[in-house]
Structure formats: structure tokens, C-alpha cells
Design a protein around this ligand. Structure first.
Ligand code: NAD
Ligand code: MG
Length: 391
């Protein structure tokens, strides 16, 4: 029986993880869970799974939740310290890091330091603190399993997991991208795109922020950086391939000309269950892949002129140090402003580029440096947006 700490339980990855736990009650027990503010959803999770500890983002959310579940033997907690604490709880074997954005960094690091199996959905934590994050994984000899479907696919397509022995045989990692809802839109159409249109992903049902990132290809940019840290490569070793059907989740190309791909219906339960049971596999209730009815798979190159975020991510990687935290923070602020209709869709990438240019990158010598870069980039981005200073 594996004890699970589910960080971000009320989100899209959270729900899929709960689905797997519910299907295999003899294998998994939800021990700890967190959510930011979704009290009603969390009350339902508390009734169904009865975890020992639950952490909410604020005192008021915690009190509301506790009032909704008066008879349940659950410790209701709140705040950042409690969040870090549940990731290190003695009853926990695996931490599912499924908080949205930079907010996921500290609790994920806490799980690493407590030597838990880390199931990493929260790509922003690895993107922003990459070297430091990977150093902690190595220092504590932790099993880090990628949940992002592309990285999970690459992990599955490598003969020996993560450790580098495979590298001399690998020529490229082929990172697939659906292209998002605007794949075939003109720049003029994209300029007028609304948050509703941007959130309508053709293949995946996901949280709002990652849906916008998928539409702007920033998600692929973050994933490019994520792949570099996870698999010890550089952007030059990774080709992004647009594959609109999202059936191939990514591939590894080998020196002899072989290409190994992982395929499946686009459902996050597959990589989640794989991470939770690796090196074994369990049923997920995802329907089997019916290639005959899918009939054709298509591929094209990404268009960097319409989707400059992808290039910005590679630039940030090569700039190194805090540049990746800067880009991530700018993007989090710009996406929130787009969702609030303060800026247009194309402005997201323009603003990201302006902030990345404006702030000099420094070496990441400590976690404080990452937090300072994040804080500074949020401030600069907010100023740029408030003053309409990017046009
Ligand atoms: P979501 O918006 O559906 O859920 C986010 C969860 O995080 C919620 O439980 C929310 O309460 C919590 N949260 C939000 N802000 C928080 C904060 N400041 N502090 C603490 N908790 C907070 O997001 P999602 O789609 O489930 O994505 C979660 C993470 O997984 C993201 O990093 C995303 O990039 C990654 N991911 C998601 C998918 C997917 O299919 N949804 C695929 C790959 C990777
Ligand atoms: Mg992905």
C-alpha cells in the first residue's frame, strides 16, 4: 500500500490521480491533499477519500472546509508551511506535485528532501529552479518520475531510465506538440483570440493556465526546458514536432535510425498510473487505442513566427541562471492578465520577450536567488502591463 500526498488535489491532474487511487484502493491510499481555494471540491474529496491531513491556501478556506466536514477525522490545516509539511509526512510514500505554477516549487522540494517518490506534473518548479532541483534529487537519491505526458513518453522510450547510460545511443529527443487551438489560425485571428477560445484545447482537458500555455506554445517552451533538465540534454538535442492528433506523446530517435515512440489516447491517467506504479503497470480505464479509426497521424514543424514563446524558452535556457525563472514568472503574470482581458493573446509572448530582455540573468546559487528573480520579474511584468509599455 502506497501513501499518496496529492498537492493540487482539486485540479485537473488532481482529479485524474484521484481516479487512479479510486480504481486501485488495495494499492493506494490518499494520506494528504492540498488545494488553494476550492472548498466545495475539497469537501467532496474529504468525504470520498478521508485523508489524514488536508491543507488549504488560507485560514478562511480551511475554516470553511472544516465547517463542511464536521464529523471527519481529518486535520484541517492551511498555509505554505503546512503544505511543505504534508509533502514530508511520515505516512507518505509518493508525492504527486500537481500544483499550478511556481507555487509548487517549495512543497515539491520538501518531498524530495524527505526522500519521497516524486511524481512531477508541476513543470514550473523544475523550469525555474532546474539545477538546484536536480541537485537535490541526486543528493537525496530520489526517484523522480515525469508525469507530463511528453516526458513520460520519452522516459518510457529510453531503454534505461534517466541515468545517462543511454545517451551515447540517442541522437534526438522528439518532443511532440498538439499545436493547440490556434495551430492553423492567422496572426490577425490570434490577435483577437479570447480566453474562452484559447482555453478550448482540441485534445486535452486541463487547467486554465496550462491551456493558455498550450495555445501560445509556452507550454512546449516550458517542456523543452523541462526535458533538458530531466534528461541532461540541451535544446539543440530536442526537436519539437507538431502532431495535431496527440496520439504519439513523444519519441526518442537513436543513432542507428530507430525511433521509439510511446502512443495512447490523450488521457493523463496513463502517465499518472505509470508514475505511481513504475516499473509495473496497472489498468487505468482509458479505452484502448484504436488506430484504424484514427486512420492517420500528421506532423508539421512549429511556426516560430506565430509562436515566439518556443524560441524565448530556448533563449532562456542558453542564457542560464535565473533567466528561466524570469521567463516563467513573466508568463504567469501575462497569462493571468490575458485571462482578465487586460491584454491580448499575442501580447503574452511580446511581454515575455520584453521582460526576459530587460532582466539580467544571475547564477542560481541558492533558492533565495530563484525567489528574488521570480519576485522581480512579476513586479516588472505587472508594471509593463499597467503602463501598457510593451507596444
Ligand atoms: P489546475 O489549474 O486544474 O489545478 C491546479 C491545482 O493547484 C488546484 O488544486 C489548485 O487549488 C492548486 N493551486 C493553484 N494555485 C495554487 C497556489 N498558489 N498555491 C497552492 N495551490 C495552488 O491545473 P492542472 O491542469 O491540474 O495542472 C497542474 C500542474 O500540472 C501544472 O504545473 C501543469 O503545467 C501540469 N500539467 C498538467 C497537465 C494536464 O493535463 N492538466 C499535463 C501536464 C502537466
Ligand atoms: Mg505536456
Amino acid at each position: 500500500m502506497q501513501g499518496i500526498c496529492l498537492l493540487g488535489a482539486t485540479g485537473s491532474i488532481g482529479q485524474s490521480t484521484l481516479d487512479i487511487i479510486e480504481q486501485h484502493p488495495e494499492k493506494f491510499k490518499l494520506v494528504c491533499a492540498s488545494a488553494h481555494s476550492s472548498v466545495a471540491k475539497m469537501a467532496d474529496i474529504c468525504r470520498r477519500f478521508q485523508p489524514s491531513r488536508v491543507v488549504m491556501g488560507s485560514l478562511s478556506a480551511r475554516d470553511e472546509l472544516a465547517a463542511l466536514c464536521p464529523d471527519l477525522p481529518i486535520s484541517f490545516e492551511w498555509g505554505d508551511e503546512a503544505l511543505e509539511d504534508i509533502a514530508a509526512d511520515a505516512q507518505v510514500d509518493q508525492v504527486m506535485a500537481a500544483i499550478m505554477g511556481f507555487a509548487g516549487l517549495k512543497p515539491t522540494l520538501s518531498g524530495i528532501r524527505a526522500k519521497k517518490r516524486i511524481l512531477l506534473a508541476n513543470k514550473e518548479s523544475l523550469v525555474t529552479a532546474g539545477q538546484l532541483f536536480m541537485d537535490e534529487v541526486a543528493r537525496h537519491d530520489v526517484l523522480l518520475l515525469p508525469i507530463d505526458s511528453e516526458h513520460n513518453a520519452i522516459f518510457q522510450s529510453l531503454p534505461q531510465h534517466a541515468q545517462g547510460a543511454h545517451k551515447k545511443h540517442v541522437s534526438k529527443l522528439l518532443l511532440t506538440a498538439s499545436g493547440g487551438p490556434f495551430r492553423s489560425w492567422s496572426l490577425d485571428e490570434m490577435r483577437k483570440a479570447t480566453p474562452e477560445q484559447a482555453c478550448k484545447h482540441p485534445n486535452w482537458s486541463m487547467g486554465q493556465k496550462i491551456s493558455i500555455d498550450s495555445a501560445s506554445l509556452m507550454n512546449k517552451g516550458l517542456e523543452l526546458i523541462e526535458a533538458c533538465w530531466l534528461f541532461g540534454v540541451t535544446p539543440a538535442d530536442v526537436d519539437v514536432v507538431v502532431h495535431p492528433e496527440s496520439i504519439i506523446h513523444s519519441m526518442v530517435s537513436y543513432l542507428d535510425g530507430s525511433v521509439i515512440a510511446q502512443m495512447g489516447n490523450p488521457d493523463m491517467k496513463i502517465p499518472i498510473a505509470y508514475g505511481m506504479t513504475w516499473p509495473n503497470r496497472i489498468e487505468t480505464s482509458v479505452p484502448p487505442l484504436d488506430l484504424v479509426s484514427i486512420a492517420s497521424l500528421n506532423f508539421e514543424a512549429p511556426d516560430l513566427a506565430r509562436f515566439p514563446n518556443l524560441k524565448l524558452a530556448a533563449d532562456a535556457w542558453y542564457a542560464g541562471g535565473t533567466a528561466m525563472a524570469t521567463l516563467n514568472a513573466a508568463n504567469e503574470v501575462a497569462v493571468a492578465a490575458f485571462l482578465e482581458r487586460k491584454i491580448g493573446f499575442l501580447d503574452i509572448a511580446t511581454i515575455n520577450g520584453a521582460v526576459l530582455n530587460q532582466l539580467e540573468s544571475c547564477p542560481v546559487t541558492s533558492l533565495d536567488v530563484v525567489f528574488e528573480a521570480d519576485r522581480m520579474a512579476r513586479q516588472v511584468t505587472t508594471n509593463i502591463i499597467d503602463k501598457k509599455d510593451w507596444v
